[in-house]
Design a protein around this ligand. Structure first.
Ligand SMILES: Cc1cc2nc3c(=O)[nH]c(=O)nc-3n(C[C@H](O)[C@H](O)[C@H](O)COP(=O)(O)O)c2cc1C
Length: 354
């Protein structure tokens, strides 16, 4: 089976959730023996359809634009047994590049108007290849794909073999050992295999691919913190991620969530620690975290017999956490105090971060 996969995402690599999903689908297709070519539409020159209808009259079936679409992509599209159209969901439908590609398939049709089952249409010069649509969205509700689904059904009726719609897709980029994410990706590989073997994806596999994340709300609150930090610091999200910046917590809850996400069980190994925070200033209150054998727990209030207690204005500690201030310097200046096994404080980097 010859497969042509067209990716219209503007992003590349691990930040592109379209690419992450497509890579796994393609992996499964190749494992099942398909010959798959992936084309990143962003790397190609594809002009807008100019609506001249030359492809219907003077040069039937051939577009007037001599670009990558005419010379490379369209011929490959007509030749393949199966096409995968992979697009991020932009404003609730395919993105502009995918739409541009779709419009440029106009030479596939002939100009005449005919009625089929009571509906006016154009006879086709060639059959559309069998089509798989893959799309990813930021929002968590499945209904965000309603418009895209309806459009795709209308366009590829009779040729559509599978639709893969992944909500909350930004979560797929998390560097975590999260089982939910790895199962979604495994299921996507499985979906690729099934497509080659039976030209469809079983409902069970699709359910696994689409499975909602249980901790989306936590991800949202951390995501919102990260966006706010980007705004405050005047950096893009790409720069934020590249620099390994830390979202600045604005409450005890978000502080503990950031600590939990930052905790690295591999680095911590079998280390054990209990830490108490007594915050004053912008945010007042007590909280703690502890870890043992790679398991992290945290909560509001006071924990009995902590190894270390920090008394600090909230904003001072957040400056240290987000590396705006140096912890040792702040301690020397008396901006906060510690009691207990103070040497643990120096070793904190051993347990958190990459
Ligand atoms: C211009 C633009 C429009 C978007 N519109 C939507 C939308 O309507 N619904 C949604 O759930 N996500 C929307 N998103 C979020 C993207 O679908 C999401 O970030 C996705 O992961 C992008 O794909 P990529 O990672 O391959 O770039 C939009 C993003 C952008 C940049």
């Amino acid at each position: 089976m010859k497969v042509l996969a067209l990716n219209s995402s503007a992003r590349v690599g691990d930040v592109s959730k379209t690419e992450i999903m497509l890579d796994h689908l393609v992996q499964g297709m190749r494992e099942a023996g398909a010959e798959v070519e992936v084309i990143n539409l962003h790397k190609k020159k594809i002009r807008y359809c100019s609506g001249c209808f030359t492809c219907w009259t003077k040069t039937p079936g051939i577009c007037i634009h001599q670009d990558d679409m005419t010379k490379e992509i369209y011929p490959k599209y007509l030749e393949c047994d199966l096409s995968v159209l992979a697009t991020p969901l932009y404003h609730f439908t395919v993105n502009a590049l995918m739409k541009t590609f779709i419009e440029r398939t106009l030479p596939i049709a002939q100009p005449f108007l005919v009625k089929r089952n009571g509906v006016t249409s154009h006879p086709l010069r060639h059959q559309f290849p069998l089509t798989v649509v893959l799309s990813v969205a930021g929002f968590p509700e499945e209904s965000v794909f309603d418009q895209l689904r309806s459009y795709i059904h209308f366009l590829f009726q009779g040729r559509l073999v599978a639709e893969i719609y992944r909500t909350s897709a930004e979560m797929l980029g998390q560097k975590t050992t999260d089982k939910g994410i790895s199962d979604i990706l495994k299921a996507t590989v499985q979906g690729g295999r099934e497509l080659v073997e039976s030209k469809k994806i079983s409902p069970e596999t699709l359910d696994r691919i689409k499975k909602p994340f249980t901790h989306f709300e936590k991800f949202t609150s951390l995501g919102n913190l990260a966006w706010q930090t980007c705004i405050d610091e005047g950096v893009t999200m790409g720069e934020f991620q590249k620099r390994g910046m830390i979202p600045r917590p604005n409450s005890i809850e978000t502080f503990l969530a950031v600590m939990q996400v930052g905790f690295n069980p591999e680095k911590a190994g079998d280390a054990k620690m209990t830490m108490q925070y007594n915050f004053s200033g912008q945010v007042e209150g007590r909280c703690y975290f502890s870890f043992e054998n790679g398991k992290f727990t945290a909560g509001a209030g006071q924990i009995a017999n902590p190894d270390l207690t920090v008394e600090t204005p909230f904003e001072v500690w957040m400056d240290i956490l987000t590396r705006k201030a140096d912890g040792a310097q702040m301690l020397m200046e008396g901006k906060y105090t510690v009691s207990g096994q103070t040497d643990l404080l120096l070793n904190m980097n051993q347990f958190f971060g990459e």
